[in-house]
Design a binder for this molecule. Structure first.
Ligand SMILES: Nc1ncnc2c1ncn2[C@@H]1O[C@H](COP(=O)(O)OP(=O)(O)OP(=O)(O)O)[C@@H](O)[C@H]1O
Ligand SMILES: [Mg+2]
Length: 391
């Protein structure tokens, strides 16, 4: 599903934060537009207009927006539910009206607010269904360092580009020295920081300049070469970058590293699917549990999480069933342990699926086909229970 771009028009920072929290918990990919820059002609899908402080200027804003953009959704937020006020807002062009009380959207209306957001997303997708396929964003998050997040993300991205022949990009978000380009044998001229720092001129042509092209057709936005970036200060710009990429690409794969920092959070909110890459060992599973809990806390849609088990072996030191029970998720896909094959591909800068006919490259092929609906997934989620008494 393409990201739903939402602008919150309010002078109250608390209101903006509260709206962001509720929007993030709607279960659809959301991009919150901080402020449209001068000359920016892009239009958000939803405008939330806070009319509490000044109802008449709020109504004027609604009218202006409705006249300029008949198709957008406009939600009015008011301090009371006077029938006259509701009527006035609706006549000005608001689609929805929500009362604000005691620091937030009034109790009992939060669900209808989120329902209205979801409906808007579904309507927007239906309206654009004939035009362009909505962009699909897959985020790969490692349960711990070295779990194989980059290996899985890179091979998946190459397969998506190869199988679909549609515009596909991989974005390396790992702070300090991401390795995506290296894994693909590409020497990038630009990195994600160049995109973040040049947002104001980031049109299709400029963005294409910043991307490195892999021979599979995959575009790469390489990882930063600065140790402390991208960091929390880059998160808002990154969110905007993801929105721009979403307009140009059909598939976006993000290597988010293994930390839930502000940039990874921006990626999680933009994700259609969050793939948690774990190994079949205790540290991985314990960390994976914590990450799942954190994603839930962030309201980033825990139903979007899929667990990938990398480096499995026949010995099954921990049985896959135990792992599923501990995490509360079925294992979506497993990749076997084959250090020689994976390392050879990595050292030569040629992705597995383009080099050989090993079992592990077939597993990546089948994983990508599942994502594209060309093959069926096999597992069902399970309930979470204590595991080894320590998790
Ligand atoms: N299925 C596998 N079988 C054997 N070795 C693997 C497998 N997947 C990854 N590896 C190896 O594990 C190491 C780490 O892989 P990778 O860099 O993809 O992990 P990562 O989670 O992205 O690490 P980092 O936390 O540094 O970003 C590499 O040496 C790679 O060859
Ligand atoms: Mg990595």
């Amino acid at each position: 599903m393409a990201q739903l771009a939402v602008s919150v028009v309010s002078n109250d920072d608390h209101c903006k934060r509260e709206m962001a929290r509720m929007l993030r918990a709607c279960g659809v990919p959301i991009g919150i537009v901080e402020e449209r820059r001068a000359g920016d002609t892009a239009v958000s899908d939803v405008y939330i207009i806070d009319i509490r402080a000044d109802a008449s200027s709020g109504m004027a804003t609604i009218e202006r927006l409705r006249a300029a953009h008949p198709g957008v959704a406009i939600f009015a937020v008011a301090s009371n539910t006077e029938p006259d006020l509701i009527l006035q807002a609706m006549r000005a062009g608001a689609n929805e009206f929500f009362p604000w009380a005691a620091g937030g959207i009034a109790r009992g209306t939060e669900e209808s607010f989120q329902g209205a957001v979801r409906k808007t997303a579904a309507r927007r997708d239906a309206a654009t269904a004939g035009a362009r396929q909505p962009c699909v964003t897959h985020v790969f998050l490692g349960a711990k360092g070295g779990a194989g997040t980059t290996t899985v993300a890179v091979n998946c991205a190459v397969e998506l580009a190869r199988l679909t022949k549609r515009p596909t990009a991989i974005l390396d978000l790992k702070p300090c020295l991401g390795e995506v380009a290296l894994f693909l044998g590409v020497r990038p001229r630009f990195t994600v920081l160049d995109a973040i720092e040049n947002l104001h001129r980031l049109d299709r042509d400029f963005l294409k300049e910043l991307m490195s092209r892999h021979k599979s057709g995959l575009d790469i936005l390489a990882g930063s070469e600065q140790f402390d970036r991208p960091n929390a200060q880059d998160a808002v710009a990154l969110e905007e970058l993801l929105r721009i990429l979403g307009k140009l690409y059909d598939y976006i794969v993000i290597d988010a590293g293994n930390l839930i920092n502000a940039c990874a959070v921006a990626a999680l909110y933009a994700a259609d699917t969050v793939f948690l890459v774990a190994n079949p060992d205790v540290p991985s599973i314990r960390n994976a549990q914590r990450l799942v809990d954190r994603v839930r806390q962030l309201g980033a849609g825990s139903e979007r999480i899929r667990v990938l088990l990398n480096r499995t072996s026949d010995q099954h030191l921990i049985a896959p069933k135990q792992i599923e029970t501990a995490l509360g998720y079925g294992i979506h896909h497993s990749f076997s342990s084959d250090y020689r094959t994976v390392s050879t591909a990595l050292n030569s800068g040629v992705p597995l699926t383009l080099t050989n006919h090993s079992e592990i490259s077939a597993q990546f092929g089948s994983f990508a086909k599942q994502l594209l609906g060309m093959e069926e997934a096999k597992v069902e989620p399970e309930r979470r229970r204590p595991f080894l008494g320590i998790l």
